[in-house]
Design a binder for this molecule. Structure first.
Ligand code: DNO
Length: 398
């Protein structure tokens, strides 16, 4: 596995020089300033690549190896009649990246919302801060802030009562924070940040959309992208829907091993691969992560290593735990990934320590939620230790 690190570009408070000191060798990045549906021109890609790769001769060089992500325009997900230029632009961006030597591309197919959390400052017993998804708060947002049509039917009587009580106890500031966290923004999201009204309009566009239709739209997109990806030696790595289930009446189709099997049965191309986002998949108790790492080994080109701990009484509520201390058996996942690399030597898996706690000096700094330096460094160090130990003890042949 190659150790990589996500960098958001020149405005990222964690700089390229900081990243070099972690010992990671590869960079995961994107041209975040280019709107969905527009082509990433070679000049723009090269400029970004230089920021990452131009290195004084006495320092070790970092490589931009993974793109996370080229955004997929909403009209492609909606299957609108005007979508073709957006598909062409996506393919052109992919070709341009390949020409610059960047050949692993993460993307997602989540309608309207990308990854979603309700709390960005959940304090742990250690005093550090983590990201959290609270199902009750999310329900309160859906029912009483968004006032989504038909929302009530999605909740049980008990859930409605709990959400009502919670909403009534929230201050105006808490309501505003919750709204902003959900609709306006987490770093790296591939959908736009919206105001509440635009958000409602966006949701309405998906009214009545079934999982089957959304799948059809994904397959239509990939049927055009994959032959080109193969020709350019590009490996695509679809990111799961986070949290991995339907939300706000929107269908979500990359949540489980069954979803992935449907995708690969429909489009068996070797370029059709995944990002094994361990934290996302493991936020559902029915996803067996070591098993998925084994079963999909050949198609895992990129992995996000982190874990969540779920609330035993409400399994949809979770917080992001330490990299080795969560509900997921991270050692077993790492072992399965190393074994997969051994079985498929042509496939390099890029891993990055995903999200980290906000801790120590970072508590008083402005950080991108989930993407603080020290928390991720701690995660990387722990994971690196596991990789070393598993490789050394002969538990894996890697
Ligand atoms: C969050 C990330 C997401 C992810 C995109 C992939 O930390 O995992 O922003 O990059 O959903 O397209």
């Amino acid at each position: 596995m190659k150790e990589s690190w996500r960098w958001f570009g020149p405005n990222d408070p964690v700089t390229i020089s900081d990243i070099r000191q972690t010992g990671a060798t590869d960079i995961v990045s994107a041209l975040h300033h280019i709107p969905a549906g527009e082509v990433w021109l070679i000049d723009e890609i090269k400029k970004h690549q230089q920021l990452i790769e131009d290195t004084p001769s006495h320092l070790s060089k970092l490589h931009w190896s993974v793109v996370e992500s080229i955004p997929v325009h909403e009209d492609i997900k909606l299957g609108k009649s005007n979508m073709q230029p957006y598909i062409d632009a996506w393919i052109q961006s992919m070709e341009n990246l390949a020409k610059c030597g960047i050949k692993v591309i993460c993307y997602n197919f989540m309608p309207v919302i990308d990854w979603t959390r309700t709390d960005l400052n959940f304090q742990l017993p250690s005093g550090a801060y983590a990201l959290k998804f609270d199902q009750q708060k999310f329900a309160a947002f859906d029912l009483f802030i968004l006032e989504r049509e038909g929302a009530k039917a999605d909740y049980s009587e008990q859930e409605l009562q709990d959400a009502t009580r919670l909403f009534e106890s929230m201050s105006e500031q808490e309501k505003t924070d919750l709204t902003n966290n959900i609709i306006a923004g987490l770093p790296g999201r591939m959908t736009d940040a919206y105001g509440l009204d635009t958000f409602k309009t966006r949701l309405l566009e998906y009214k009545g959309m079934t999982k089957e239709t959304l799948r059809h739209n994904l397959h239509h997109f990939l049927a055009q992208v994959l032959p080109k990806a193969e020709a350019f030696g590009v490996k695509l790595a679809i990111h799961p829907d986070d949290p991995p289930r339907d939300m706000l009446g929107l269908p979500r189709i990359v949540c489980t091993a069954d979803d992935l099997n449907i995708l690969f049965d429909a489009l068996p191309s070797r370029s059709n691969g995944i990002t094994l986002c361990v934290g996302t998949y493991s936020s559902r108790p029915d996803n067996d992560l070591p098993q998925m790492a084994t079963d999909f080994g050949e198609r895992i080109h990129f992995t996000h290593l982190r874990g969540v701990s779920r609330d035993p009484n409400e399994q949809r509520t979770f917080y992001e735990d330490t990299h080795l201390g969560s509900d997921v058996d991270m050692v077993a996942v790492i072992k399965a990934l190393l074994d997969a690399e051994k079985r498929y030597p042509d496939n390099t898996i890029f891993m990055r320590p995903d999200h980290g706690h906000q801790m120590m000096d970072d508590i008083n700094k402005k950080v991108n939620p989930g993407y603080s330096g020290i928390g991720r460094l701690k995660g990387l160090a722990e994971i690196r230790g596991v990789v070393k130990a598993v490789s050394h003890s002969g538990q894996s042949n890697a």
